[in-house]
Design a protein. Structure first.
Length: 438
RNA sequence: GGCCCUAUCGUCUAUCGGUUAGGACACAAGCUUCUCAAGCUUGGAAGCCGGGUUCGAUUCCCGGUAGGGUCACCA
């Protein structure tokens, strides 16, 4: 039988990372089994639902790569009240439900209560094993505000059945809802889906993750410049593990190895540091061209002549890359560099005269390097023996500052190759005249 | 509070009765290095407590404790 899972968010807030992980597990399991994940909006609560939230969820799902082109249409419960009305009537006629006085303000309205058979409901949770409830405590719970106004539990059961859902994979917070849903489903004569309740994502203090703990919406991570695959990779590792020591996965790789049996039972704290590390790993696996393309789409900084391989190595996210660029780290690529002359000697542990001598020698060595082979390895080959002989810091520090204008920068060979022979020589000349003033 | 779920390094986790309790993030030190990163090596760091069962329990059972979830005319 074809596996069908579902992702049924309620559009009452922005796409939450906990929601995203639930969607991911549903996606991974379905894809692994060759089935499919269906999506619907549980928007029976018209007072709280917003179109804006629906769009945010959809956008986030697309970004994460969990919403394929061949995705079936997204159902909306608000458009299916007619369908639910039929089932509510059916339940009432069969004696499984009845209309009753509303407890609140409106005396004309009758709520629909489910007639609780007061039994023990046991289901075999695919993550936790057998779980049972004595349903008596539920009393005759309300399944619809009126015949025309269904509530969550009724709508879920009907939709899961009509969608052909075989596996309900959802957050642990739904575990006690399962008994109500099984009761309704039995009354309707439906077969049971399999249930798997996954642990929750927790804040650092092990409380429920909320806005006060920082970024909790998926699109915030997108705005911070995370890679969707890295984000998905991290989410998958919260509460699940492959059983091997592999940690870096693409979505496709996750699909291959995912299984419900390896879902952990207890809640997991969201650790942004590890996410950052994973994102860096994914960044480094991108080709320079891929990285440059994505960075360009992300940032408003000028990336036209940036040394992508350097940034990729250094920044963990596109957000960090942007900061790096804006901090002036790569300003040496521009025509002019400005710096305090003293900086030329700061890390050189030598005096102006010596530094000057070394720079002159380096200049002489570089003049002999042809433009055609003015690449970092070649430049290093030419300068390094001399630097080693004279004391590297006394030669390389002034040279690096001459070329970069900064205390911290990539090495001078790389910079020289990036700015070219002509600019390199010009900057050395400029440094020489600075040194003369000291 | 009732009901339900859970409990291994600071964090994410491996272990399906016998292990020097493994890996990763973070942290520290070292190596590399002109600087900053990256990289490499090394290190510190864990079975909530108490009973059982067993030749032997982190692992199985019970109790306690702690944390979480849930008790809507929300989902």
């Amino acid at each position: 039988m074809k596996v069908i899972t579902r992702f049924p968010p309620s559009p009452t807030g922005y796409f939450h990372i906990g929601s995203a992980r639930t969607a991911l597990f549903n996606y991974l399991f379905a894809a692994h089994e060759g089935g499919e994940m269906r999506m619907r909006f549980e928007d029976t609560d018209t007072a709280r639902g917003k179109k804006e939230y629906e769009d945010d969820i959809l956008e986030g799902m697309r970004w994460l790569g969990l919403l394929g082109k061949k995705q079936a249409a997204v159902w909306k419960q608000s458009e299916r009240t007619g369908v639910y009305r039929g089932y509510i009537k059916q339940l009432i006629e069969a004696g499984h439900a009845y209309e009753a006085e509303a407890a609140t303000d409106n005396p004309d309205k009758k709520v629909v209560r489910f007639k609780n058979p007061n039994t023990t409901v046991t289901f075999n949770d695919l993550v936790r094993g057998p779980v049972s409830f004595d349903t008596g405590e539920l009393k005759d719970f309300i399944i619809a505000k009126s015949v025309d106004d269904p509530l969550y539990h009724l709508a879920v059961v009907v939709d899961d059945h009509e969608m052909g859902v075989t596996h309900v994979i959802r957050g642990e917070d739904h575990i006690s809802n399962t008994q109500r849903q099984i009761l309704i489903l039995v009354a309707l004569g439906y077969g049971r889906p399999a249930y798997a309740h996954i642990p929750l994502i927790l804040a650092p203090d092990r409380s429920k993750l909320s806005k006060r703990h920082g970024a909790v919406s998926v699109n915030e991570y997108r705005r911070q410049g995370f890679l969707p695959h890295a984000f998905v990779n991290y989410l998958a590792l919260l509460g699940w593990n492959p059983g091997t020591e592999q940690e870096v996965f693409t979505l496709e790789e996750l699909v291959k190895v995912f299984s419900l049996e390896r879902i952990h039972k207890s809640g997991a704290i969201f650790d942004k540091e590890k996410l950052l590390w994973l994102n860096h790993q994914h960044s480094k696996r991108l080709t320079d061209a891929e990285y440059a393309g994505l960075l360009k789409d992300f940032t408003d900084a000028d990336v036209s002549l940036l040394p992508v391989s350097l940034i990729k190595e250094r920044a963990r996210t596109f957000g960090e890359a942007t900061e790096l660029i804006k901090s002036g780290e790569y300003d040496f690529l521009a025509e002019k560099v400005g710096y305090e002359p003293h900086l030329l000697l700061k890390g050189a542990k030598t005096d102006a005269a010596t530094a000057k001598k070394h720079l002159k020698e380096v200049e002489t060595l570089l003049i002999d390097v042809s433009e055609k082979v003015f690449v970092s390895e070649e430049i290093k080959n030419v300068i390094y023996p001399y630097a080693t002989e004279q004391g590297r810091s006394t030669v390389l520090w002034p040279l690096r500052v001459a070329l970069s204008g900064r205390e911290k920068s990539p090495d001078p060979f790389i910079i020289a190759s990036l700015i070219g022979k002509e600019v390199t020589l010009r900057r050395i000349e400029s440094a020489l005249s600075h040194l003369s003033t000291l």
